[in-house]
Design a protein around this ligand. Structure first.
Ligand code: BGC
Length: 738
């Protein structure tokens, strides 16, 4: 539809019709048993069902086609309904969770995964995905870290921008693509003490330098929607934060797409005590520029009165409605309200070999090897190998955010091991113990089993027999799928105690132990590293989890993942991030630490830092060479090239991620000890070497200065090129910005 036609349409719509474009209703309203939708009465329900502009959390091509057909036929202007869904890391083919994708340090993995997700979801009738989540996360207690790509603004920006490009392609009217929604704006990951839906207190310097850049980059990649967050930011709930939404989002980032609230977030401004009642909340959210109210009656029930009373102008309403209509138009829904989704198309695209190959590649690159004593891995095919633990044959390798997929399609560890070893080789499996301690509180409801003890004893006994037989035991342990995700904050970020007990018992048998950990967050590992000959973080690896893990265990590919979030020694260190400040009293590396910034009972640093991960080979890195010592501030095109030679000095072909960190030695606000400013994955055959270069331009070293501007400051900058954020593989060198 042409812009002028859209404008004519808007003009012709009644006030009620326009308001209803800004209302999103739960998909359950369109299901047969639409009794429980949270709406106050039958009349409202009927009106919302007939006129609401969008719906969410519903999928299935035939069902959605039918809903769309009926909806359009009854709508006064035959405007199509928008279908939105949380396709976070997979619709049917499930990619590793976003945190695992962060571990690949490979934006192509994110882009390819998003393309698959878009193709499958679009074929199933979905138009918009509530992804990517660009929230910077520093606190492993917060369950939603599983949905983020980690603790670093630069990494998050690259990964989430690639996701947006993958979801949207060149043109969202293409039936292979969907519109992306960047969330949760803003700083949701900074929630106090790791608790969900709570307050965030951040200085503008930290907000602008650390928390906002990834949203900006993802929005800059062309995202069609942005979602507000549940938290307050310095006392103001995001859905009513005019400065954040109008000045930062619309003006600074030039975002002209649809701004949608998170689920019920406008209504929650009343709970926060920021609005007196729903009408007040509606006025505040409209004023702040929130276009769509997700799943409440706040807009639907109050905007008409607010306009009549002159508290909200109809122009403001029209602007918001126009943005929603434009999104529908960009998706091509006025021409094809089904966006190309048919049953045939769905059957041909979902879970295809091609899609599974993308997921497999992502798993292989996301696994992070933390320990490998005496080259315990890869497994040798002539060993007697047993797989023990609740993840040895578990179909739920997804995160709690792969809601539309079917776990039955997952390749488990057992299935992949049987395929890899073939019929002639005996391998044994045992579930080992219960996955959860009895009476564990989970996201939805507490887990309880009356026969927990008895069942566990049986599992443990069988596991001991299996362990006795084996030379090497691969322990398949981890969190429950509902121990991370939304509303799953925890102060104890260890795996369930029963699994530790199992590990200890197997260890007593004196066998070689390879520990695999399935997790949606960094964990406190206690003595798991000591008890294990090798230790690998497998995250929530998704549909191709079993295959990818087996490929790495058997050495078909070397592990190459790097931690996207620091793993602490103790939960007491959280929040924890590598790019902290030095402080006025830095802890010395040796000697007396009294009156310095430190814990009495724990190191300051992470146990396994950001960027860390082993391969099956060994690498060396030369001193970093800069092609010149001075970068000209006035010349935006000026650049310094930093180069190192990286050599695979081991006997195994492997990929390594070379990471560029920069430290601004002094600034008008104190600067982090180092910040990631570039990364490159290189694949090197054994004994092969290559030069790796990074370009440093002025824009790379900008931050939120004392002038309240995102700019660079003259001075000295140290450059480190390394294989993780902490280990000094090569000497630092420096340049000046003048
Ligand atoms: C979450 C969002 C999600 C939305 C819709 C909310 O509870 O915070 O991330 O997109 O629900 O399902």
């Amino acid at each position: 539809m042409k812009k002028t036609d859209l404008e004519a349409l808007l003009k012709d719509m009644s006030l009620e019709e326009k308001i209803m474009q800004l209302v999103q209703v739960p998909g359950s309203m369109f299901e047969e048993d639409a009794a429980l939708t949270g709406l106050s009465d039958k009349e409202t329900l009927d009106k919302f069902k007939a006129l609401a502009g969008s719906t969410l959390s519903i999928y299935g091509v035939e069902k959605l086609r039918k809903i769309q057909e009926e909806y359009i036929a009854n709508h006064p202007h035959h405007i199509p309904l928008l279908f939105m869904l949380d396709v976070i890391h997979g619709h049917k083919t499930v990619m590793p969770c976003p945190l695992a994708q962060g571990a690949t340090f490979d934006p192509e993995v994110a882009r390819n995964g998003a393309k698959v997700q878009a193709k499958e979801a679009a074929a199933d009738g979905v138009h918009v995905t509530f992804s990517p989540m660009a929230d910077l996360v520093r606190d492993a207690r917060w369950g939603r870290v599983v949905e983020s790509t980690g603790e670093d603004a630069y990494l998050n920006g690259k990964m989430t921008a690639s996701m947006v490009e993958g979801y949207q392609g060149e043109d969202i009217s293409d039936p292979n693509h969907v519109a992306a929604c960047v969330k949760h704006f803003a700083a949701y990951g900074g929630s106090m003490a790791g608790r969900d839906y709570t307050d965030v207190e951040l200085s503008e310097g930290t907000l602008r330098s650390q928390y906002l850049p990834a949203y900006e980059e993802a929005i800059g990649a062309g995202a069609k929607l942005v979602m507000t967050s549940f938290n307050t930011l310095n006392g103001i709930p995001s859905s009513g934060n005019k400065w954040l939404m109008r000045d930062v989002l619309r003006k600074d980032y030039k975002f002209d797409g649809v701004l949608i609230s998170d689920w019920g977030a406008i209504a929650e401004m009343v709970n926060w005590g920021f609005a007196e009642e729903f009408k007040d909340a509606a006025a505040k959210a409209m004023d702040a520029g929130v276009d769509i109210d997700m799943c409440t009656e706040v807009y639907g029930g109050n905007l008409a009165a607010l306009i009549k009373e002159g508290k909200i102008s109809e122009d403001l309403l029209d602007e918001a409605v126009m943005r929603v209509l434009t999104l529908k138009n960009d998706l091509g829904l006025f021409e094809d309200p089904y966006h190309g989704a048919t049953k045939e198309r769905f059957d041909s695209v979902v879970l295809s070999e091609e899609n599974r190959a993308v997921a497999l590649d992502a798993v292989r690159k996301s696994l992070v090897l933390l320990e490998n004593k005496n080259k315990a891995l890869p497994l040798k095919k002539d060993e007697k190998i047993a797989f023990i633990g609740p993840y040895a044959d578990n179909i739920d390798l997804r995160s709690s955010w792969a809601i539309s997929s079917n776990p039955e399609t997952t390749v488990t560890i057992k299935q992949a091991a049987e395929e890899a070893f073939g019929k002639d080789k005996e391998i044994r499996f045992s579930n080992g113990c219960q996955l959860l301690d009895n009476d564990t509180v989970l996201g939805f409801e507490p887990y309880h089993s009356d026969t927990w003890e008895e069942d566990n004893n049986k599992l443990m006994e069988e596991a001991m027999e299996t362990a006795k037989w084996a030379d090497t035991v691969v322990m398949c342990l981890g969190e429950h799928v509902f121990q991370s995700g939304e509303s799953t904050s925890r102060v104890d970020i260890r795996i369930p105690a029963v699994q530790i007990e199992l590990l200890k018992k197997v260890k007593e048998k004196g066998k070689k132990i390879i520990t695999l950990l399935f997790t949606g967050r960094p964990l406190v590992l206690d003595d798991i590293p000591e008890m294990s000959d090798a230790l690998m973080i497998c995250w929530r690896p998704g549909t191709e989890g079993g295959h990818g893990i087996m490929d790495v265990l058997l050495g078909e590919v070397s592990p190459s993942g790097k931690l996207p979030m620091s793993f602490p020694w103790s939960v007491g260190q959280e929040p924890l991030n590598y790019n902290c400040f030095k402080t006025g009293r830095p802890k010395p590396t040796e000697g007396n630490t009294m009156f310095t910034s430190r814990y009495l009972d724990c190191p300051n640093e992470a146990r396994y830092p950001f960027g860390y991960g082993l391969t099956y080979s060994e690498f060396e890195i030369s001193k970093c060479e800069l092609d010149k010592e001075v970068l000209k501030k006035s010349d935006k095109a000026d650049k310094i090239t930093a180069t190192v030679t990286v050599k695979n000095v081991g006997d195994v072909d492997a990929s390594q991620t070379v990471q560029l960190y920069i430290r601004d030695m002094a600034g008008s606000r104190v600067r982090p000890v180092r910040e990631l400013k570039g990364f490159k994955r290189v694949f090197l055959k054994a004994k092969e070497e290559t030069k790796v270069s990074f370009e440093i331009k002025e824009e790379l070293i900008r931050f939120w200065t004392i002038n309240n501007a995102y700019e660079s400051e003259e001075g000295t900058f140290e450059v480190f090129i390394r294989f993780d954020s902490m280990t000094q593989n090569s000497e630092a060198t420096s340049f000046r910005l003048e």
